[in-house]
Design a protein. Sequence first.
Length: 243
Amino acid sequence: MHWRYFLYRRLSRWVTYEVRLWDDAWLSLRGKYDAASFSDVFCDPFYWQASNYIDPAPRLVVDCGANCGHFTILAEKCIRARYGASDARFVLIEPNPLLMKTLSRNLGDTGLTDRCTIKQNLLGAGEGAATLWVNPRNFMSSGLTPDPGSRPFKVDFIQLSDAVGDGPIDLMKVDIEGGEFELVRSNAPFFRRVKTLFLEMHGAETKLHDELLDSLAGVGLVPAVPIRKAHGHQLLILRRKDN
């Protein structure tokens, strides 16, 4: 890590960097989690490709593993850049309770609060609740497996259909730290409603990767571009083949 970035991460709560996105919307990087999330989403060309798949203008965007809300904000930026305005509705699902303040603040700063629904829930095949383990020093590593230094939080599962409601989904992002395999396995019919899917597929046996891709192909979602590897993950853009 470069020393200047290391220093900024330590001082960002007091010396905040702000990015103007549109009109009076300013995105503030007030902490190390904001900075890390912003870097992952805004400073890599993967998610910017969303601008190629928003025809017509999206009405519903679903962000699974919303983290600090940066994918939602980037999607709004892409829609505004292409169409001049946006009335898209967003559903954001994020299980980590320690990110709720940052997530809500970022949506408020960018004027998106009224068009966003936040669900602080787990996704997958589970029912009831489970223990989410969150490392206060690294929110990115939260998961269902106990980890030294992590804090336990009881979090309810939610079904995708209950979180999102009815109707087609124009754009969906899934980055849920390995939970994508069980999510797709247990909700394959739901993905018939999705037009374009951005998916981070984490490290696992090749069998699981193949099973996930076969399940999505079975409901009409196939890779739109070659699968890209980054940071030990596979980054996929899947598009409904009848588009």
